[in-house]
Design a protein around this ligand. Structure first.
Ligand SMILES: Nc1ncnc2c1ncn2[C@@H]1O[C@H](COP(=O)(O)OP(=O)(O)OP(=O)(O)O)[C@@H](O)[C@H]1O
Ligand SMILES: [Mg+2]
Length: 259
């Protein structure tokens, strides 16, 4: 059974200027243990899709099952099974890394001792052990991103959604994050759905890509399949395939960085 299955998932926002169809209709099937790269130009509907799949935002159309739970009928069941790291982290700058992680554990109803133990475990896994007593305001961009991800993993979810996890990271921190995503999948069987504007990253990391544009899935498949289908050559770059699919280059400030 797929871990994510959506049919015609849609979200329209009512604004003063009229309705905005952020997500028109998304049909998506994700198998357990897959690493999915979600691509698409700014405003395509990626974040809105992730917010619906994590129950932070109610759909205005369609249906979805996430980790065996219906999105609308059983949002608590969905939330228990997924971690979500938002596009811009929501970390309180005044408290320490340790306090942030323990609080998150308590929010997931861990007892005090269990929350402290889980904090040590996550800090070890994400290279945060040396930083536990630092205020979150003093962290670098990459350290902060690792903390965001640790928080998303607190309750050991089988499914992890990462919205632009590597934006703003230096090449070394990006490579660390790729390794972490691979390790989560290989060691724990975690399914990871991540969005990115870095096409080299999507190419290297994702088993399958889903391209969203104008609130619709406009292409999906393995990186090689997309290149072959949309440029005629498996040796083409993903950049060329993306251009052929969307008619646009990826955002200019996210040109590939060598890693
Ligand atoms: N709360 C909201 N109210 C009105 N419009 C919204 C709201 N949230 C998103 N939108 C609109 O929905 C569309 C999709 O936005 P979304 O954030 O899902 O795009 P995205 O693919 O994540 O883009 P980016 O790559 O820039 O992060 C955009 O036109 C956006 O302005
Ligand atoms: Mg977004």
């Amino acid at each position: 059974m797929p871990i994510i299955s959506t049919a015609g998932l849609a979200r329209t926002f009512d604004t003063k200027a009229g309705p905005v169809q952020a997500v028109r209709s998304v049909d998506l099937t994700v198998a357990a243990g897959e690493i999915i790269g979600m691509l698409g130009p700014n405003g395509a509907g990626k974040t809105t899709t992730l917010r619906m799949l994590t129950t932070l935002l109610a759909p205005t159309g369609g249906a979805a099952t996430v980790a065996g739970h219906d999105l609308v009928a059983d949002p608590a069941g969905v939330r228990e099974n997924c971690g979500y790291v938002a596009q811009s982290g929501g970390v309180d700058p005044h408290i320490t890394v340790r306090e942030e992680l323990v609080t998150q554990g308590r929010m997931y109803r861990l007892g005090k001792a269990a929350a402290v133990a889980r904090t040590a475990e996550l800090a070890g896994e994400l290279g945060l052990s040396e930083l536990l007593d630092r205020r979150t305001a003093s962290l670098s961009g990459g350290q902060r991103r690792r903390l965001d991800i640790a928080m998303g993993l607190t309750h050991r979810p089988p499914l992890l959604f990462l919205d632009e996890p590597t934006t703003g990271l230096d090449p070394g921190s990006r490579a660390d994050l790729w390794n972490l995503v691979r390790r989560l999948r290989d060691e724990y069987g975690t399914t990871v759905v991540l969005t990115t504007h870095y096409l080299d990253e999507a190419d290297a990391l994702a088993d399958r890509l889903v391209v969203i544009d104008g609130g619709l899935v406009v292409a999906q498949g393995t990186p090689t399949a997309l290149k072959t289908r949309h440029t005629g050559s498996p040796a083409a770059s993903l950049q060329e395939a993306f251009l052929a699919i969307t008619g646009r280059a990826p955002a200019a400030d996210t040109a590939p960085v060598a890693v």
